[in-house]
Design a protein around this ligand. Structure first.
Ligand code: PXP
Length: 238
């Protein structure tokens, strides 16, 4: 059975909109764990647009399951990871202007730059996962670099329609087969929601799903009724 890791970045996005203290991604992470999540994922971005260094430090101490830190393979981020020692680091490409991570790492092209970071992280006994598109060359290079896992980028499958969707699903299936053959643990994520996840789960072989946007979106909607009722009662002097 696969594990669910919940990405709580968007909780921090709402907090940063007002620059205050609520909602706290640390509290959200605890609730996710109580609900059965087996991991918490956060992306500490270079521009600190949502998750802050403080969130990482506190989550390191409070997460009871497994803390997965998504980050770019920069000197600054590797230094932070070596200091905090999360359970897993997922290396992702990062562009300042992007709304969210756009596509997987080019492990083949950036081999030299990634190799040193991966070595340092593994020496610190941090599990290293590489976020890659479902492409054979990227997966082979990930294994050569001695990554522990790959996280298959599911974003293209999630936005594809019709025959394109079936073709993208097939690429994911092949990537799972190739990764497992090379001894890599298989994670998957990006763009997955309550509908498009079913065929991906049915493929089998994925140990961990990391999902954020659709879960936080649903939490806002399913929580709206209760939140409004509570405020209505207060406004009415209840
Ligand atoms: N995995 C990786 C590597 C990501 O960068 C993200 C987005 O931060 C996710 C998973 C979660 O994607 P989504 O928010 O679309 O579920």
């Amino acid at each position: 059975m696969a594990r669910l890791g919940v990405n709580v970045d968007h909780v921090a996005t709402i907090r940063q909109a007002r620059g205050g203290v609520e909602p706290d991604p640390v509290t959200a992470a605890a609730i996710c764990e109580l609900a059965g999540a087996e991991g918490i994922t956060i992306h500490l971005r270079e521009d600190r647009r949502h998750i802050q260094d403080r969130d990482l430090m506190v989550l390191k101490r409070t997460v009871q399951t497994s803390l997965n830190l998504e980050m770019a393979a920069t000197e600054e981020m590797v230094g932070i990871a070596l200091k905090v020692v999360p359970d897993c680091v997922t290396l992702v490409p990062e562009k300042r202007q992007e709304l969210t991570t756009e596509g997987g790492l080019d492990v083949v092209k950036n081999r030299a730059a990634l190799a040193r970071g991966i070595d340092l992280l593994r020496q610190a006994r941090i599990k290293v996962s590489l976020f890659v598109d479902p492409e054979l060359e990227q997966i082979k290079e990930s294994a050569r670099l001695k990554a522990d896992c790959i996280e298959i980028h599911t974003g293209t499958y999630c936005t594809a329609r019709g025959r394109g969707e079936a073709a993208e699903l097939n690429k994911i299936a092949e990537a799972i087969r190739a990764g497992k053959k090379l001894g890599l643990a298989i994670h998957a994520g990006h763009g997955l929601n309550y509908v498009n996840i079913r065929p991906v789960v049915a493929l089998g072989g994925i140990e961990e799903f990391n999902i954020g946007h659709s879960i936080i979106s649903r939490a806002v909607l399913v929580g709206m009724d209760r939140a409004v009722r509570e405020m209505v009662a207060l406004v009415r002097g209840g």
